[in-house]
Design a protein around this ligand. Structure first.
Ligand code: FES
Ligand SMILES: [Fe+2]
Length: 403
């Protein structure tokens, strides 16, 4: 999983004045709107005893923990500790990480990392969102597979005739002509010629017969977005597919789907159904892939010319890994079940102010010396927590270990 990117973590219409928990990169966050409508994103782990702030209440623009009522500002600073007698100060360490937020394209984007503003990779541009000719629908589904498997699936043109059969591909014409990729540091896009199947259902009203080919624009935007633009004989359908890593083995796919035909609200249900049925066709195949995690080395799987978009992704990912942007590894990604430690992704405040790097409970890996692992017999820390602390050294995560 890649840190230091903007992640679209929720549909904007789902975020209100009611705190909402979202998960990404194996971490929980709480989202809420301030009174002026701006969205706040905080680590969902209260530094006092680790309760979920998302279960708490808003007090003006601040959020109060449900357990002992500690109150946090949008920037993560604690403003109130109800158990303290009047006049007792708030410890400097009483803070949670607060992440930069933007609201674009009907999504709430959180910057999950600690890079300063001018070094952050961009949010991709989705021009259809501002174009009044297009109408959007929102669809989501949990897939029990690693996010890189679900992500690569959507840039994989060769699977469509087999997995999507007559809905989206043409089993009689499975060849993928060679295509050119346009690539920069953060994206790779290609125009791919596909043979479409005959129209079905509502779409039959718009065209009969089968065109020889349609040009689909397909490509990826780091860290986890796939664009699929299908030019149908009667209009355009553009899907932006966000593959959100809930943990190592589960992905929340959120899709914003634009169309410039049948733009009345009456056709939304049909549009959502079509997108969901495509996802349901992919689900069992992607969940069956082994190894479950995308191999690190290119030769570990066999690649064809038609897999070029995936190969471009794997190459770029290798560079970013070498640059230290990879978060967690096979042995340490957060998984469902009981944990001996909790991790928090360092926010920009830690980097901007060196004093803050160690100012609150979660120790920033990479920003501070990693303590040597203590033999289990000499410590009160559970065995698995000590082991995890050792394995996570230098991976850019912070550990929920009290100082
Ligand atoms: S756990 Fe949040 S205030 Fe105690
Ligand atoms: Fe698919």
């Amino acid at each position: 999983m890649l840190k230091n990117f903007w992640y679209a973590v929720e549909f904007a219409h789902e975020v209100t004045r009611r705190p909402r928990r979202v998960t990404c990169l194996g971490q929980d966050f709480v989202l809420y709107r301030k009174r002026d409508g701006a969205v706040v994103c905080l680590s969902d782990l209260c530094v006092h005893r680790g309760a979920a702030l998302s279960e708490g209440k808003l007090v003006g623009d601040e959020i109060a923990c449900p357990y002992h009522g500690w109150q946090y500002r949008p920037d993560g600073g604690c403003t109130k500790i109800p158990a303290n007698p009047a006049g007792r100060g708030i410890p400097k360490k009483a803070r949670v990480d607060s992440y930069p937020v933007r609201e674009e394209y009907g999504m709430i984007w959180a910057f999950l990392g600690d890079l300063p503003e001018d070094e952050r990779p961009p949010i991709p541009h989705f021009p259809e969102h501002e174009d009044p000719a297009f109408r959007a629908v929102y669809v989501q589904m949990v897939i029990e597979a690693n996010y890189e498997r679900t992500f690569e699936n959507v840039v994989d043109a060769a699977h469509t005739p087999f997995v999507h059969g007559t809905r989206f591909g043409n089993p009689d014409k499975p060849e993928i002509p060679d295509y050119e990729i346009t690539q920069d540091d953060w994206s790779a896009v290609a125009d791919i010629s596909l043979s479409p199947p005959p129209a079905k259902g509502l779409w039959k009203r718009l065209y009969k017969g089968v065109p020889e080919e349609v040009i689909a624009t397909n490509g990826w935007f780091l860290p986890n977005i796939v664009k699929l633009h299908v030019r149908l004989p009667f209009g355009d359908m553009i899907l932006y597919d966000h593959n959100i890593p809930l943990d190592r083995n589960r992905t929340l796919v959120k899709i914003v789907g634009y169309r410039n035909f049948f733009t009345g609200g009456w056709a939304d249900r049909d549009a959502r159904k079509r997108i969901a049925s495509i996802l349901l066709q992919d689900k069992p195949v992607v969940e069956s892939q082994r190894p479950e995690l995308l191999p690190y080395d290119l030769p570990d799987e066999l690649h064809l010319r038609s897999d070029a978009l995936q190969v471009a992704y794997r190459r770029r990912r290798q560079q970013l890994m070498a640059d230290g942007w990879w978060l967690g590894e096979d042995d340490h990604m957060t998984v469902n079940g009981k944990r001996g430690s909790a991790t928090v992704i360092p926010s920009p405040a830690r980097r901007e102010n060196p004093e803050l790097a160690r100012a609150w409970q979660h120790r920033a890996r990479g920003a501070a010396p990693i303590p040597a692992p203590v033999p289990a017999s000499k410590t009160t820390v559970p065995d698995d927590a000590a082991e995890t602390a050792d394995k996570t050294a230098d991976r850019g995560v912070t550990e929920g270990v009290s100082e």
